[in-house]
Design a protein around this ligand. Structure first.
Ligand code: PLP
Length: 399
């Protein structure tokens, strides 16, 4: 018996935020911890965006409640940006501005799911999805993938997991935590399969602009237009514009879904802070130059980290094509002795790495696949090199 509801009691602490908090606490004690935990760009929010917010503070229109679904100008700008960036043509009425991508995830599942509805959830998955699904009364049906297939789910796997209760497929490309980017043909295949079986697709495109090499981002409802009436696109400014603290995300979907989700939001949180909405308006209507610069830096760090991690015996690090994470397997290191300990799980190994190398990583347990580390490479080049050097030194002792 707990004093809180069983529903909320079942929610696990966000492992990624917990690792980050622990790393910060050790740092505060004076230990030189290098954090690969947070999914957060190390860049400052671009200056014109900050200026737009400063101006918005002085404008008394922004001191009052505004429409729950978002400022009309912002909804329109998001519709325009969506057509510009992914060729997905939508009306402003199909856009709902939320308090970060996280609220968009919660509201989407709360709006789509009835108790017992199943959501196909390819693993490794972002930690928040299963919590949002169960809080909405649904059940997540995990579909495991691994490094041998580049962490991409196949149509056969989806079909094998489909039941009469399957309502939604959660799709996330580029992926957190693996950095995998689905090729356009696979996206088209999956979209057609969803249409054929009347399955909704919730597609989280928050890393759309962070793709490297030959990879490109394509939006599922664009390659399969018939899907649009059963598709919700999730996005936000956090990753693209280094705006994690501003809390602006959005849902794009059919009008009935957006209307229902707006009703929910009107009781939950009302409008998102107007100052942040004005900043986001500047971000989405401005150029993508700053994003291109950040992408170039991430790409450089991606190559460095893949190369150096791959050189560590027992670490198998596929090269990701998107987002800013690597997801190496550390399975071969489990059960080996390191500094008098014998970690048997990736969670235990992550503890050892934090204690002895003073490097914070998030263990694969947080993403539904033990045996891996998620490491964000959205940190400075020097810290990145030093952190991997320390890890390499420590893990090379394993025997
Ligand atoms: N979706 C994915 C896949 C993410 O990784 C994140 C952030 O880590 C979000 C959505 C939500 O971001 P925010 O709530 O900061 O907008």
């Amino acid at each position: 018996e707990t004093r809180v509801s069983a529903r909320v009691d079942a929610i696990a602490e966000s492992a990624t935020l917990a690792v980050d908090a622990k790393a910060k606490a050790l740092k505060a004690e004076g230990r030189p911890v290098i954090g690969f935990g947070a999914g957060e760009p190390d860049f400052a929010t671009p200056e014109p965006i900050v200026r737009a917010a400063q101006e918005a503070c002085a404008d008394t229109r922004n001191h009052r409640y505004s429409p729950a679904a978002g400022l009309p100008e912002l909804r329109e700008a998001i519709a325009t940006k969506t057509a510009r960036d992914s060729d997905h043509v939508v009306q402003p009425s199909q856009v709902l501005v939320t308090n970060g991508g996280k609220q968009a995830v919660y509201q989407t599942f709360a709006t789509l799911l009835d108790p017992g509805d199943e959501v196909l959830l390819p693993a490794p998955y972002w930690t928040t999805y299963p919590e949002a699904i169960s809080l909405a009364g649904g059940s997540a049906v995990e579909i495991p993938t691994d490094e041998s297939t580049g962490y991409l789910v196949t149509l056969e796997q989806l079909e094998a997991a489909r039941t009469p209760r399957t309502k939604v497929l959660l799709f996330n490309s580029p992926s957190n935590p693996t950095g995998a980017v689905y090729p356009p043909e696979r996206i088209a295949e999956i979209g057609r399969w969803a249409v054929e079986h009347g399955i909704w697709v919730v597609t989280d495109e928050i890393y759309e602009h962070l793709v490297y090499g030959d990879a490109r981002h394509v939006s599922m409802p664009v390659v399969v237009p018939e899907l649009a009436e059963r598709c919700v696109v999730l996005n936000g400014v956090a990753k693209t514009y280094a705006m994690t603290g501003w809390r602006i995300g959005w849902m794009i979907g059919p009008n009935d879904v957006i209307k229902a989700a707006t009703n929910l939001q009107s009781h939950l949180s009302s409008n998102v802070a107007n100052i942040s909405q004005r900043a986001a308006l500047e971000a989405v209507s401005g150029s993508l130059d700053a994003v291109a610069e950040m992408r170039a830096a991430f790409d450089r760090r991606r190559r460095t980290i893949v190369e150096r991690l791959s050189a560590i015996p027992g670490v198998n690090c596929p090269e990701p094509q998107g987002a800013f994470y690597v997801y190496p397997s550390v399975k071969e290191l489990l059960g080996k002795e390191i500094r008098g300990t014998r970690p048997r799980t990736s969670a235990e190994l992550a503890e050892v790495v934090l204690e002895h190398a003073e490097v914070a990583v998030v263990p694969g347990e947080a993403f539904g696949t033990p045996g891996y580390f998620r490491m964000s490479y959205a940190l400075g080049d020097e810290d990145l090199a030093e952190g991997v050097r320390r890890m390499s030194e420590l893990l090379s002792e394993a025997e």
